[in-house]
Design a protein around this ligand. Structure first.
Ligand code: BG6
Length: 488
């Protein structure tokens, strides 16, 4: 119906806040009977721009298992949120956060992944965190699996390569859904579900000694298990509390054609489809037809059990969340200079600047993505990650002047607003890493995203003191004005 009006800004109750993950934030990796996770055997990268998702091998795992320290494994120490959560949440409350995205470390609840009873100390920790958030009316947004799982499940059954892992996952989700049924409303099943096609960080499966085709086969099969686990968790959660909102999470890769040559445009469309395939399954509840061709042409056979298709249909998500950091470019031949990113492997865009890590900064791309996702799916959207990783300098008098971060966020929020005016249903915005934490890709500390500086270096030295950056007060003003006041 034609209405002579359109939204002028963000809706009431817009979920402004920040996003984190247990393995990058918490520390306390071996406390209170927590088990070792897949994230905690990933060594810090030596090449900042050349990291891969599948770098854990049998040999490197063996080495990690014999190393009882956190020196080379920064995700074991995080930034010690485990002991600082009260102070950290207080700072978030001071900024006016409406939402805080965090993940539960599955191995705090089921240390080895296959126990029959959960670890009470792990459950009690998240009770304390959720209660602290409730004190300030901050909504928790909880990711059930963010780039980690109990390492025990890798050792026992090669992680998500095994269908057994679905049962283990559902035992864990049943426990946390019931325990926090009245403390948490917003859930996400898998962080960046598309990461599973890149290897260990997404699948918890060791596959580096497989031939490329066998590797591909394993990863898509592991992904299928995650799709099923996610769809069953959605149904399980809704039964436990019908008010739960359970979403999917995609690392969105907006792809542009290198030229207007139809073949380049088609290449970009294909690349975009290969990114949206994941949300096609989770939002529409079925594999899109174009994947049949991809599977056939790549010799991939997805082993499905009777009933899997019905499970996917019955477990469609309530909303679609995504991370957005950059866009990329592709051409028919994919021959241009390569761009880099967390999962983006396209060409360089001559119109865009890059971050210190080479990620192409593209605020307008966020609007394009929001409009694209809304047009395709018509479900509420939630930006659960966006931000700038930068090397911040602490001045002698203890300040961090991060104008570049303010510029980055401001430009992205402006574009979000444009999309909202276009009619996109946007639930919220949780920028990535409101408090400095360990980088997911390289495990560096010196790649900082936060409004809050944490005094810790790449080797883990430092007082862990929390210091407000210039962007802290800026974001506070943005939230207080519901995104209207972006001025510095
Ligand atoms: C996303 C992940 O891909 O990007 C986060 O979900 C991650 O876990 C974020 O931290 C930024 O990436 P990085 O490598 O700069 O930490």
């Amino acid at each position: 119906m034609y209405k002579n009006s359109f939204p002028q800004g963000f809706k009431d109750g817009f979920l402004w806040g920040g996003a984190t993950a247990a393995n990058q934030l918490e520390g306390g990796w071996n406390l209170d009977h927590k088990g070792l996770t897949t994230a905690e055997v990933v060594e810090r990268a030596t090449d900042r721009k050349n990291f891969t998702f599948d770098k854990v091998t049998k040999e490197s795992l063996e080495k990690a298992l014999h190393d009882p320290s956190d020196t080379h494994y920064p995700k074991r120490r995080g930034v010690d949120f485990y002991h600082h959560y009260q102070e950290d949440i207080k700072l978030m409350a001071e900024m006016g956060f409406k939402a805080f995205r965090l993940s539960i470390a599955w191995a705090r609840i089921f240390p080895n992944g296959d126990e029959t009873t959960p670890n009470e100390e792990g459950l009690a920790f998240y009770d304390r965190v959720f209660d602290e958030l409730a004190k300030y009316n901050i909504e928790p947004v909880v990711t059930l699996s963010h780039y980690e799982m109990p390492l025990g499940l890798t050792l026992k059954q090669n992680g998500w390569a095994s269908r057994e892992t679905i049962t283990d996952f559902l035992r864990y989700t049943d426990v946390v859904f019931k325990r926090y049924a009245h403390k948490v409303k917003y859930w996400l099943t898998f962080n960046e579900i598309n990461a599973s096609t890149f290897g260990f960080m997404g699948t918890g499966a060791l596959d580096s000694d497989l031939a490329p085709q066998a590797q591909l086969q394993l990863r898509y099969q592991a992904l299928h298990h995650q799709f099923i686990a996610s769809a069953l968790a959605v149904q399980q959660g809704h039964k436990i509390n019908s008010n739960f909102k359970i979403g999917s999470m995609l690392a969105r890769m907006q792809t542009y054609p290198a030229t207007s040559k139809p073949e380049d445009v088609r290449a970009a469309q294909e690349s975009d489809d290969s990114n949206l395939f994941f949300t096609d399954v989770q939002v529409r509840g079925e594999y899109p037809e174009f994947m049949n061709r991809f599977f056939a042409e790549n010799g991939i056979t997805i082993a499905m059990e009777p009933g899997d298709e019905d499970i996917l249909q019955a477990g469609k998500v309530d909303y679609l969340s995504f991370s957005y950091y950059m866009s990329t470019v592709t051409s028919q031949k994919n021959a241009g200079d390569k761009s880099v990113g967390n999962m983006v492997f396209g060409e360089k865009n001559p119109y865009l600047e890059t971050s210190e890590w080479g990620w192409q900064i593209d605020p307008v791309g966020l609007r394009i993505t929001l409009n694209t996702l809304w047009d395709r799916y018509r479900v509420p959207l939630f930006i659960v990650e966006n931000g700038l990783g930068a090397t911040d300098k602490l001045t002698a008098d203890g300040q961090v002047h991060d104008q570049y971060r303010i510029d980055y966020l401001k430009k992205h929020i402006e574009q979000m607003k444009e999309a909202v005016k276009d009619g996109v249903d946007l639930m919220g915005y949780t920028m990535w890493g409101p408090i400095d934490l360990i980088s997911a890709s390289t495990s560096e500390m010196s790649k900082r995203y936060g409004f809050i500086y944490v005094d810790q270096d790449d080797e883990g030295h430092g007082s862990l003191r929390r210091i407000k950056k210039d962007s802290f007060d800026w974001y506070k003003k943005v939230i207080a004005s519901n995104g209207e006041d972006l001025s510095e």
